[in-house]
Design a protein around this ligand. Sequence first.
Ligand code: GTP
Length: 602
Amino acid sequence: TDLSLIRNFSIIAHIDHGKSTLADRLIQFTGGLTDREMQEQVLDNMDIERERGITIKAQTVRLDYTAKDGKTYQLNLMDTPGHVDFAYEVSRSLAACEGALLVVDAAQGVEAQTLANVYQSIEHDHEIVPVINKIDLPAAEPEQVRAEIEDIIGLDASEAVLTSAKSGIGIEEVLEAVVAKIPPPQGERDSPLKASLVDSWYDPYLGVVILVRVLSGVLKKGQQIKFMQGGTEHLVDRVGCMRPKIEQLPELGPGEIGFITAQIKEVEQARVGDTITTVKGGAEKALPGYREPQAVVFCGLFPVDAADFEKLRESIGKLRLNDASFTYEMESSAALGFGFRAGFLGLLHLEIIQERLTREYDLDLITTAPSVVYRIHLTKSKNDDARTIELHNPADYPDPTRIDTIEEPWIKATIYTPDEYLGAILKLCQDRRGVQTNLTYVGGRAQVTYELPLNEVVFDFYDRLKSISRGYASFDYEQIGLRDGDLVKMNILVNNEPVDALSMIVHRGVAEARGRHMCERLKDLIPRHLFKIPIQAAIGGKVVARETISAMRKDVTAKCYGGDITRKKKLLEKQKKGKAKMREYGNVSIPQEAFIAALRMG
Ligand code: GTP
């Protein structure tokens, strides 16, 4: 294809501003979809994505558009994941394009995530075409949004396209703007093959499907190719594009986006960001920017019913076929039995995997409180050198006397909110050890940036933010590295015995409050016994919070006295059955539900 007739672009938007709806309209307008097919959103293709309205995996569609200048263009529309946890995947998708449509909701205006995505797009030297969507809404204020795009983002929005993706207004104008404003790709056909691996996923019929952007050379069926970072070699057996239905093509030339399959069994072998070249006469240098996926949030996943362990193992294995970015290993807990310790790219990623296990695989799960990765510097001991370890699980906390320093991950958070909620938000950030770095106002809204320890954010920060702002504040973050922290391990003791599943790493400054909170909760959750039960939060040998469950006054069977004997027997049997689901801690039987409730509340 003539390079001047190709346009590669993505759509960037804040969640719910209408990215998927607009994409579907563009596909429909150019003839890729019938009306009936339009009813289903196409680009978001997993159930969970559709229900939650989140795009998880980038997908791409090729559209043929005959513009008003009479020429037919090949438009490659790349859908990018809509959440910060997938920032690296987003960056690889953006790198494969020359431009982007910036979709802003005409009633909501610019939001935190819009900003983060736009800045990334600008970093990739994209030509950005602003689109103001949902102009059909009574609350739409397109002129105000136009001004916001100029003031806050600094983009010229005088030619922003006004659309209603829902009612199909402005769609042709968007396509014309893509052709006119977004530059065509460049690349040499006669150079060695260089293609960037934009995304990969597992398809039950095709095996691993790889989305690529060819930078130079030609990618063809039958070629022996090499992944320059992964180091493996494969035979290309299919080359094609999605319209959005799969269409096989003889080749992908420079500037083109499409897919290949190469008899690959596991997505792990096809890593996002890798460079694909030919085995013979291939490129010498890989493309810059490759990064290994790195888990930042960890939690334990346990089956509620111990008998489901094998099912959990199988299900996690299947999920992993399609998502090489989460990790897992077996873990056992005295409180929760056998399960897995799993690592995720972020909190949303954790939630998605957890939800898919529950829903698609029909598993009842207990998820332990999420924890971040700490770097602990250990001093020399009698039989061990000074060294540095990475801690993923509070249960593996080392001997405190050997700890020299602990480093914890920090993030830079950008929060965007109507200013009436600002006070409460500042307090929340302050309580979570945040350091304010910037605060600006634009037309009744505030944009505030904070540096925060990630471990304070994984602890229900997002839910709190949403509730104090009635859902109006938007939040985005990026990691900014490790910093020393005064961190300690806090144990929760029931009748003087530590409960492993409830221990946590906390900052010394908030330990007492957090400990008290947990003790109060457990006091309500653990049933009374015949004796008094102390519940304590302790750091080393020092108790920082304490509650007591008072003793039960009467025997449970007492009220049956005089009653018939079968009733009494039944009651005892019922108690025994209940016991099966109990765990014993220092003679205290704790029902499984108490753990679940304590952990679910974060
Ligand atoms: P994520 O996939 O979560 O990033 O969301 P998205 O940006 O893809 O938004 P989506 O297209 O799913 O639209 C979100 C909601 O807005 C849906 O309920 C759409 O029906 C609605 N919507 C999209 N475009 C318009 C529009 O032009 N007008 C109105 N009134 N609603 C729209």
